[in-house]
Design a protein around this ligand. Structure first.
Ligand code: PEP
Ligand code: MG
Length: 568
């Protein structure tokens, strides 16, 4: 038996036989058409585009209405296929440089993919795979080959490939695929996103998987830990079969919790909030009573120009409509750090996470900030909304943010545009300085939400993006729980609402401790809701409080984890 390690991007366990998949590849040579042959080459390219468009239409047609998000990936492929800039470059390469149709398609698409792949933003860089997917489709059609994909697998199997394009994963035979293992690919790639939404266990980035895992050979895929076991012995096979059963039973049981009330075993009510990036991924099944974090920067990130005030108002209106009367917490732009805006080139900074990020950037780009604040205020007539500033480090920051909000109100009032003048204004607590000044901050704002992702990185001076500092980024350290305790206490004393919207709120191991520290508002990604409700419903308030006291009195993160696991 041999063990390999990769990155688990979609959880689960599988035991089965390997099916090696070799995606379509072809050699494209630098070839040119004879003078006079340009129009025929252009016609061949245009035909290939039409046929590719028809294939994509068929793929989109296979998705059910619940799979709208997946279908969007292929709508994006259609948009790439008809992208004016790319189309014009291919047309000119054929007509003006006499390049053959396949050479022109390959060259232009490869250049566009390389441009996207070099983007500092991981989400934009991951879109290079979509352009390559479209290129392969066109080349296959130009080379006269039939569609070759994973839509009909011969037996229940673990698909092993060098890489899977989004279209491979989207059309995969879901009745027969047990798991996916590839040599390349990242957690934000569309293949990973699709695998998660189809609940197919997946491990990416297993070096030499196609060499090591033989076609038809037995394999265990543990996509909880990232381990792949080739040629497992009988004992290992039966152990993992049992683990798989237990995992599936546990997942099904956890699902039942989504629609149950969020409360402790002895009936203390807790509010569950939702974190969203835009209205696009709105969860169908609910299970939450407010939107605790609307990360508005995502509206700005996927476009080349800044959204106008009207466009933003419309986007916020849509989210309020989806929220259907539930309070929406709109966080103003949080750009900088790892997030960049194509429409706003920023100077390079040595330490961008310690630089001109979030509220600091908004205060430096006042027009941008005022435009967003006016849009947020205008949307307040459509439903309950509150405005939250990210990266507040001092009372001066908070006051400057509030002054900008007053200016935006005055601008709207001068034009007679309606808005709610009493929109609550709050802060993210994610810089330790404001956590220390929480009593003072609580006097000057209406609410707070703790961003534990950043709070942890600034508290421990450990970059949240850097795998080399992962062991220093101690979310479960007693230091984190003590600082949280201080923040919750300050806002409760002031009678002001406080929530947590960092990843910690969606972690079922942290939830009972946060509850015991007094937290009653947890905001998280939709997928985390059932497990957190389950964790909260399995403790009494007194048990959670005792656990929180023990955790705060501990010395180290490992002691805290032991206490939590002993309790669970
Ligand atoms: C946080 O820092 O915890 C947070 C919720 O904000 P973001 O992850 O967007 O920085
Ligand atoms: Mg943050």
């Amino acid at each position: 038996m041999r063990t390999f390690k990769g990155k688990p991007v979609s959880p689960g366990i599988a035991v089965g036989k390997v099916y090696q998949y070799k995606a379509f590849t072809c050699d494209v040579y630098e070839t040119y058409v004879q003078p006079g042959g340009e129009q025929a080459a252009l016609a061949a390219y245009r035909n290939a585009v039409r046929e590719a468009d028809a294939e994509l239409g068929r793929i989109i047609g296979t998705f059910s209405p619940q799979d709208r998000e997946q279908a969007k990936i292929f709508e994006a492929h259609r948009a790439i296929l008809t992208d004016d800039e790319m189309d014009e470059e291919i047309r000119r390469a054929i007509l003006e440089q006499q390049q053959s149709a396949d050479f022109a398609v390959d060259r232009v698409c490869t250049e566009f993919a390389a441009l996207l792949g070099a983007a500092p933003d991981a989400n934009i860089a991951a879109r290079a795979a979509d352009v390559r997917d479209v290129r392969n489709r066109l080349l296959r059609i130009l080379h006269g080959e039939k569609e070759h994909d994973l839509s009909r697998l011969p037996f229940p199997c673990v698909v092993v490939a060098h890489d899977l394009l989004p279209s491979d994963t989207a059309t995969i035979d879901r009745n027969h695929v047990l798991a996916i293992v590839t040599e390349v690919g990242g957690a934000t790639s569309h293949s990973a996103i699709l695998a998660r939404s189809f609940e197919i266990p997946a491990i990416l980035g297993v070096p030499d998987a196609t060499q090591a895992l033989l076609d038809g050979g037995e394999v265990v895929v543990d996509a909880l830990t990232g381990e792949v076991l080739a040629e497992p012995d009988a004992e290992t096979l039966s152990r993992f079969r049992a683990q798989r059963e237990a995992y599936l039973a546990n997942r099904n049981e956890t699902r039942q919790y989504l629609s149950l009330p969020a409360e402790t075993k002895d009936g203390t009510a807790v509010e569950i909030g939702l974190n969203i990036g835009s209205g696009a991924n709105w969860p169908e099944n609910g299970g939450f009573s407010f939107v605790g974090l609307f990360r508005t920067e995502f509206l700005y990130m996927e476009r080349d120009s800044l959204p106008t005030e009207d466009e933003q108002t419309a986007a916020y209106h849509k989210v309020l409509e989806l929220a259907a009367g539930r309070l929406v917490t709109l966080r103003t732009l949080d750009i900088g750090g790892d997030k960049t805006l194509p429409a706003l080139p920023l100077p390079k900074e040595e330490n961008p996470f310690l630089g001109c990020r979030a509220l600091r950037l908004s205060l430096n780009h006042r027009d941008l900030f005022l435009t967003q604040l006016r849009a947020a205020l205008r949307s307040s007539v459509y439903g309950p909304i509150q405005i939250m500033f990210p990266m507040v480090g001092s009372l001066e920051d908070l006051r400057a943010g509030k002054a900008a909000l007053e200016e935006a109100k005055a601008q709207l009032a001068a034009k007679g545009i309606p808005f709610d003048p009493d929109v609550p204004v709050g802060i993210m607590v994610e810089i330790p300085s404001i956590a220390i000044l929480a009593d003072e901050a609580a006097r000057e704002c209406d609410f707070a939400s703790v961003g534990t992702n950043d709070l942890c990185q600034y508290l421990f001076a450990a970059d949240r993006m850097n795998p080399l500092t992962a062991e220093y980024y101690q979310t479960f350290s007693p230091a984190m729980f003590r600082i949280l305790n201080a923040v919750f206490g300050a806002f409760h004393r002031a009678g002001k609402p406080v929530s947590v919207c960092g990843e910690m709120a969606g972690d079922p191991e942290a939830a009972p401790v946060l509850l015991g520290l007094g937290l009653r508002k947890f905001s998280m990604n939709a997928s985390a809701i059932p497990a957190v409700k389950r964790a909260l419903r399995s403790v009494t308030l007194a048990e959670a409080e005792a656990l929180a006291r023990a955790v705060c009195a501990a010395d180290t993160q490992s002691e805290v984890l032991a206490l939590i696991r002993q309790h669970g």
